[in-house]
Design a binder for this molecule. Structure first.
Ligand SMILES: Nc1ncnc2c1ncn2[C@@H]1O[C@H](COP(=O)(O)OP(=O)(O)OP(=O)(O)O)[C@@H](O)[C@H]1O
Ligand SMILES: [Mg+2]
Length: 234
């Protein structure tokens, strides 16, 4: 994978080609997507909207190599990842993809700082460099005074900010966020979203952010709408 080539726009950072996703439901088949196509370039921030059940999470899980499509191809930096084995997919996830879940999924027994250091050390960064990066990210999101707090000692908004820092820690090519502020009250959600967008722009990342909130989606560079298995630019 060539991060430099992608950053200069040679290939989209992420491309989904002719994706279908079918789930067996008793004797019936539920078709979530039929021939879905999508691509995103370096530095773009895309809002992904659609009603509950339209397939936003399924789409992000397929794009993030957490699930396989029924048919179709997922290119990360120009490389088709669908048929790679689990080890290779894990490696690509680790280096090229940042994932933020609706509920933070932080490790409760580790501090905020350790939660952001850990993915970097797994990727081979030294403890010293990982600490510098983790502190800088957490400080940018206003958590400079919360570094030693464990997730249960943080508010919901603070926990989501830590999860954002963790997803950004390894400087991924593309960030995928599944309603990252969906479980926060409207005021906190807006504040975290605003800081989140600034940080993504600051880092020059590509991001796909699923949200129910159209106002938030309108603040992004592009908005795509998922309806009846079809993805439309809006
Ligand atoms: N493992 C599964 N088995 C069967 N059906 C599934 C499975 N996962 C998702 N689905 C179905 O696929 C459709 C899309 O679900 P998905 O979770 O992607 O929607 P969503 O847009 O993220 O919804 P929400 O806004 O509520 O989070 C839904 O109809 C859901 O019931
Ligand atoms: Mg969802």
């Amino acid at each position: 994978m060539d991060k430099a080539a992608t950053a200069t726009g040679v290939a989209p950072v992420l491309e989904l080609r002719d994706i279908t996703r079918h789930y067996a439901q008793g004797s019936e088949t539920l078709k979530v997507f039929d021939n879905l196509n999508f691509s995103i370039n370096a530095g773009q921030i895309v809002g992904l909207v659609g009603q509950s059940g339209s397939g936003k999470s399924s789409l992000l899980h397929i794009a993030g190599l957490l699930e396989k499509p029924t048919t179709g191809e997922v290119y990360i930096a120009g490389r088709n990842c669908v048929d790679l084995n689990d080890d290779a997919r894990t490696k690509i996830r680790r280096f090229a993809i940042g994932f933020i879940y609706q509920f933070h999924h932080l490790l409760p027994e580790f501090t905020a700082l350790e939660n952001v250091i850990m993915p970097q050390m797994i990727a081979g960064v030294s403890h010293k460099d990982a600490t510098v990066r983790a502190k800088s990210l957490l400080e940018k999101l206003g958590l400079g005074q919360r570094l030693e707090h464990r997730p249960p000692e943080l508010s919901g908004g603070e926990q989501q900010r830590v999860a954002i820092c963790r997803a950004l820690a390894n400087k991924p090519l593309v960030l995928l966020a599944d309603e990252p502020t969906g479980n926060l009250d409207p005021k906190t959600s807006e504040a975290v979203h605003r800081e989140f967008l600034h940080l993504i722009e600051d880092e020059g990342l590509a991001a796909v952010i699923a949200t129910h909130n159209l106002d938030l989606a309108m603040k992004m560079h592009r908005v795509v709408n998922l309806e009846d298995g079809i993805l439309k630019e809006s």
